[in-house]
Design a protein around this ligand. Sequence first.
Ligand SMILES: Nc1nc2c(ncn2[C@@H]2O[C@H](COP(=O)(O)OP(=O)(O)O)[C@@H](O)[C@H]2O)c(=O)[nH]1
Ligand SMILES: [Mg+2]
Length: 333
Amino acid sequence: MMNQESMPIPRDFLCPITREVMQNPVVLIEDGHSYELFAIETWLRDHNSSPMTNQTLTDRRWIHNYNLKSAIEEYCSQQHAIASLNQFLAFNVCFGRIPSEWEDKPTLKIRISLLGGSNVGKSTIARYLQYGNKTNFIRLNTTTTVGHDLIFFYLDQLFENKYVIVVQLTDIPGMERYESCCDNHFRTCHGALLVADSTDIDTLERIELYWYKQLHLKGKDDVEPTLICNKSDLFQENCDDDYRRIFLANAEHFASLHSMAICYTSALRGDNIRAMFKQLILRILHSKTLLKQIKADDNVYDTASVHLSDRRSSSISSSQETNISKTSSTKCC
Ligand SMILES: Nc1nc2c(ncn2[C@@H]2O[C@H](COP(=O)(O)OP(=O)(O)O)[C@@H](O)[C@H]2O)c(=O)[nH]1
Ligand SMILES: [Mg+2]
């Protein structure tokens, strides 16, 4: 409540004697001012005057100031909510095992799907989120995704002070022959990263004509999509002005037409990847409808997911020096 970043405390909420927020405000009938109960009682033991006016008191009675008490309580609970929200907003997305002290806490699972054609950088985005800029791993691990890869993250802050947030990221194969396998991911995801390769305008068109349409058709009504224009490093270096202008105009038009967030990323360099992912998670948690669904889902503590993450995070450290040439886990669809 006394958080430095919170709003200044209204003066009326402070006891004139203690200078602290009152818990049991009472009004001294004669001077009409409010004080903390124990403070005014202590004062009256030694004084026969008003602490505020210094006038001699002829009446030492006081009454409870219930209106002020409830206003202070409301203010305190608002400040508490703001403080815990601020704390939550500072979350990091972590890959690995959920801290053991949280194992008994309720879990909410957010599902996000990486959607888009082949070679646009979906798996590289997923790997950056897992391993950061361990570039050796990103460069070596370029096997085409042939099945759905499920990757689990957790947020290092509790949501609403009690929920552990687990984020399941699904990396799908982008090849056209696998497209029909994605129905389940369209249906169940709360958020989608629609990934286009910004150096190949056809991949943007495919997002518009296929991936977004499918998501719109089969997905949840309130699903949160983000348009990702990936490979921004190559876009800057290799594409001419005319191409860039046309690509940007098309991408911005598409995103604004569907009121979706748009983000320019380089998965290879890690530019904007974490910020974009965090923004999407926040938008999902901010959506009343999605949050209601997420809370209603069966969110029993999913040990299988945790073990999967755990296996992967430990395997990466031991295998980093060796030649990693396969994605850590793929399942055929
Ligand atoms: N220069 C550059 N290359 C990228 C970027 N993202 C992915 N790639 C490369 O694009 C190729 C396809 O990436 P991948 O993640 O397998 O694409 P996916 O098929 O969509 O999963 C790989 O050679 C990646 O190294 C990026 O932001 N910049
Ligand atoms: Mg892939």
